[in-house]
Design a protein around this ligand. Structure first.
Ligand code: SIN
Length: 476
């Protein structure tokens, strides 16, 4: 793999070079992918001034015109699908097939919000006064700041920026330091689509704290959207209080997958594999613990293990690859630590269970797992599936809900009553019934409990960027 990208500039009102850069290395080869602009406090302050000025003009642009700009952006993202997929493979090790799919997923958000821009409806509602007319209108909340994660560098940027831009809010994005290039490419395409300068700014940095501090303390930033760890989400929640910013937090999870005796075995295996091993298990909504009912346990473990052994581990740029590397040393260390601790407490390896060189970890299935093991509570963010036996539905629900997290949960059953009953009982923001990959641009995405606040996607996602203003008109 050769060095193929270098974007030493960042996008503010125009392209700028801060004169400081940081290296982005490929997790697959650990060689240099390119150098990114390293933005700091000064660039952040300038970005807020620019966003504030851009807000005045962007909010005044007709909704149909904003919609048309988003639609052109959608077309350009699709036209650059291959390039975006390749960038993700290079900078974060995502298998290229998944990278292409993610580019289309990102474009899906842009397309959805291109339409949604035209549907920001107000309400004219009755008053008990004969001489009054009452309105509730929706207006853009103001300049927004997004912190986007490395695991879905295109889709998470689009899921935040598209509704903001559709609503009339300029957006400043700080991409994860592992994945600045995908973000920069999307910003470049926004400009090419006719997006006015300053409406979408992308400021990569290797030192997120000083830049984020500027955004969190400036009262002109009216909305913050973050996808990442619960630990950082809690800090941002506290910091947002000072200037009472609107906040969306999409934080950690620990998703259970309940497979009942009545499940179709092949279907269940296929969905659990898709759910767990997508992006090498580096997905907030991927299952972290698989509970299988007694009667199906042995055949499930056998078939699931075979399926996992069939996953192709390799070069993210190769079309045949299912599983790429972990994103960095810290990511790999956590996987190793979780598996080793589980093994030291009595877990058994059905397949995998070892690092295989570089940042690669063999896709792993563990059995004989107990609640004392860290892997059952703490998000592993890697290609490891602990499988646990259960007997009764109530017991499975209780174990599934026994966590501070509440992002996604899954179940597999043929029984309609059970599907509804269990979905209602699971304390999660998203439930997949016989569906291991439920997220879509037009659906609400977000968690309960310590997995976050707010919803992204669909008609719910744009409300996060809108304020409601009540207008009372006395007509005499
Ligand atoms: C995430 O893991 O944060 C996003 C997953 C998705 O949207 O499918």
């Amino acid at each position: 793999m050769t060095t193929t990208v270098t974007y030493p500039r960042y996008l503010s009102d125009d392209w700028h070079d801060p004169g400081r850069h940081f290296d982005v290395n490929s997790p697959a080869t650990q060689t240099l992918v390119g150098k990114a602009a390293d933005c700091g406090e000064a660039e952040a302050r300038a970005a807020v001034d620019i966003a504030w000025r851009a807000f005045e003009s962007w909010r005044a642009v007709n909704a149909f015109e904003r919609s048309a700009t988003l639609r052109r952006w959608h077309g350009l993202i699709m036209a650059h699908q291959e390039e975006l997929g390749r960038l993700m493979a290079l900078e974060m090790g995502k298998p290229i097939r998944e990278g292409r799919a993610e580019a289309a997923y990102a474009a899906g958000f842009v397309e959805w919000y291109a339409d949604e821009a035209k549907r920001v409806y107000g309400t004219w509602f009755p008053s008990h006064h004969q001489g009054k007319r009452l309105l509730a209108i929706k207006q853009p909340v103001g300049p927004a700041f997004a912190i986007t994660p490395w695991n879905f560098p295109a889709a998470m940027l689009a899921r935040k920026a598209a509704p903001a831009l559709a609503a009339g809010c300029p957006m400043i994005v700080k991409p994860a330091k592992q994945t600045p290039f995908t973000a920069i490419k999307l910003a470049e395409l926004w400009l090419e689509a006719g997006g006015p300068p300053g409406t979408l700014q992308v400021l990569p940095t290797s030192q997120p704290r000083p830049l984020t501090q500027v955004m969190m303390s400036d009262p002109r930033i009216r909305k913050v959207s973050f996808t990442g760890s619960t630990e950082v989400g809690k800090l941002l929640y506290a910091q947002a209080a000072d200037t009472v910013k609107r906040l969306s937090l999409e934080l950690g999870g620990h998703a259970p997958y309940l497979v009942f005796d009545d499940a179709d075995l092949d279907g269940a295996v296929a969905q659990v594999v898709a759910c767990k091993f997508r992006n090498a298990g580096q997905t907030c909504v991927c299952t972290n613990r698989v509970y299988v009912q007694d009667g199906l346990f042995e055949p499930f473990v056998e078939r699931f293990t075979q399926a996992v052994e069939g996953l192709a581990v390799g070069d993210p740029l190769d079309d045949a690859t299912d599983i790429g590397p972990l994103v960095d040393e810290a990511g790999l260390a956590k996987v190793v630590e979780h598996v080793d601790e589980a093994l030291s407490k009595g877990a058994s390896v059905a397949t995998g269970g070892r690092a295989t060189g570089g940042l690669y970890y063999a896709p792993t299935v563990l059995t004989n797992v107990t609640n004392e093991m860290a892997i059952m509570h703490d998000e592993t963010f890697g290609p490891v599936a602990p499988v646990v036996r259960f007997e009764r539905e109530e017991e499975a629900i209780e174990q599934a809900n026994d966590t501070p997290f509440g992002l996604a949960a899954y179940l597999y059953t043929r029984d309609l009553g059970r599907a509804i009953r269990v979905s209602e009982a699971l304390e999660y923001g998203l439930v997949g019934v016989n569906d291991g990959v439920p997220a879509a641009p037009y659906a609400p995405f977000g968690g309960v409990k310590e997995s976050g606040i707010g919803r992204e996607g669909g008609p719910w996602g744009i409300e996060e960027y809108l304020e409601i203003k009540y207008v009372s008109i006395a007509i005499g």
